[in-house]
Design a binder for this molecule. Structure first.
Ligand code: AMP
Length: 357
């Protein structure tokens, strides 16, 4: 594909904050953005030149998108595979591609892919029945974490299993959907690496972020994380293997566990821009959003080294009401998502507190 020229239109599936920040980055490079989203009022819809309101499987909505653009990307990994196939059949380029989605949408496929490509994970086993769940818990060892194979996020769809025999009841409690059981990762901290791959196969990797969660939701990232060269090398190796293995185009987020023995294990991959990469907006010359747009548009990737030390804090629920306080802090950059309705725990924005390196 030739580089997409400024003035062209890029489609985004999904209208949340990631879509909004992608749209803003695309606009800066001279592109127009069309968003397809279920909700009539959405963070990305507010900054797009056109909003198509519809379900991601709605053929009329997809046809409207296809009429507007030849290049579509997405801001969330649960885009239905059939929708991507529908667009591809009509000659619409979707990036990252169907393979990345298929792998990222199913935790068993994901971990199998990772291990097959030399990216280590905790031990895991799939289960489709209560009996299999008990066997799987026994095989990975307890305590084990049971996760639904599909559609879990922010710690939802997960239950700890303390005794293998309890796995049958926990399986039922998760609704009887296919699950995997994972060995407990006794990690010393959680890290992530944001990486990108262009259409020419060139790759780039941002410095590591150290991430802190509360109630399964990201609260805070610190980047660049203090890390030994050995840790950085492992993360870059993992990123290179994942990007090449998926023949990937775009930005990817890879969540990692740092183990006491110095190994990195992959927790999960997100085939999109990632909350733990928001620090790049104020810590790098080219942030993850612009990098993603560059990659899918066939432009050269930008530099990824840090130019500042950043603490990123998510603003959850009514915390975003503190904008005036944050605006008065000279070291603080504010990013608000334009969401109406600050339900408790909802990601309303984030701040980046910036210090010189
Ligand atoms: P996930 O939805 O897979 O990203 O998991 C959400 C959070 O649960 C992670 O960020 C970890 O804090 C924790 N977690 C996930 N998997 C494991 C595991 N196998 N062992 C220990 N903690 C885990």
């Amino acid at each position: 594909m030739n580089p997409l020229a400024p003035g062209s239109t890029i489609g985004i599936l999904g209208g949340g904050q990631l879509g909004r920040m992608l749209a803003l980055a695309a606009a800066r490079l001279g592109f127009d953005v069309v968003v397809l989203e279920r909700e009539a009022d959405s963070p990305a819809g507010r900054v797009a030149v056109k909003l198509i309101v519809g379900d991601y499987t709605d053929e009329a909505a997809l046809a409207e998108l296809a009429a507007a653009t030849g290049l579509v990307t997405y801001e969330f990994e649960n885009v239905p595979a059939d929708s991507v196939a529908w667009l591809a059949e009509r000659g619409i380029e979707v990036a990252p591609g169907a393979r990345a989605l298929a792998v990222a949408q199913d935790r068993f496929e994901e971990k199998s892919f990772l291990n097959a490509h030399g990216a280590p994970t905790v031990a895991f086993a799939p289960a489709g029945t209560p009996e299999e769940a008990v066997q799987a818990a026994a095989s990975v060892g307890v305590p084990a974490l049971m996760k639904t194979r599909r559609e879990g996020y922010d710690g939802k769809g997960q239950r700890w299993v303390e005794h293998a025999a309890d796995a049958a009841a926990e399986f039922a409690a998760l609704g009887g959907a296919p699950v995997i059981l994972e060995a407990a990762a006794d990690f010393v901290r959680e890290l992530s690496v944001i990486a990108a791959r262009g259409r020419d196969g060139a790759t780039s990797v941002y410095p590591l972020a150290e991430n802190h969660h509360e109630n399964g939701v990201l609260r805070r990232s610190i980047a660049p994380a203090r890390a030994s060269q050995a840790i950085v090398d492992q993360a870059e190796r993992i990123a290179a293997r994942v990007l090449a293995g998926l023949d990937y185009v775009g930005v990817i987020g890879i969540e990692l566990f740092e183990m006491a023995d110095g190994r990195l294990l992959v927790n999960e991959i997100a085939p999109r821009v990632h909350n733990t990469g928001h620090w790049t907006q104020d810590g790098c010359e080219v942030d993850q959003f612009e990098q993603h747009i560059r990659a899918v548009a066939g432009w050269p990737l930008g530099p990824t080294h840090a130019i500042a030390q950043v603490e990123m804090l998510n603003l959850l629920g009514d915390e975003a009401d503190g904008w005036a306080k944050y605006a008065a802090e000279p070291e603080t950059r504010i990013h608000l998502y334009g969401k109406r309705g600050a339900r408790p725990g909802r990601k309303m924005g984030h701040i980046n507190r910036v210090k010189p390196l």
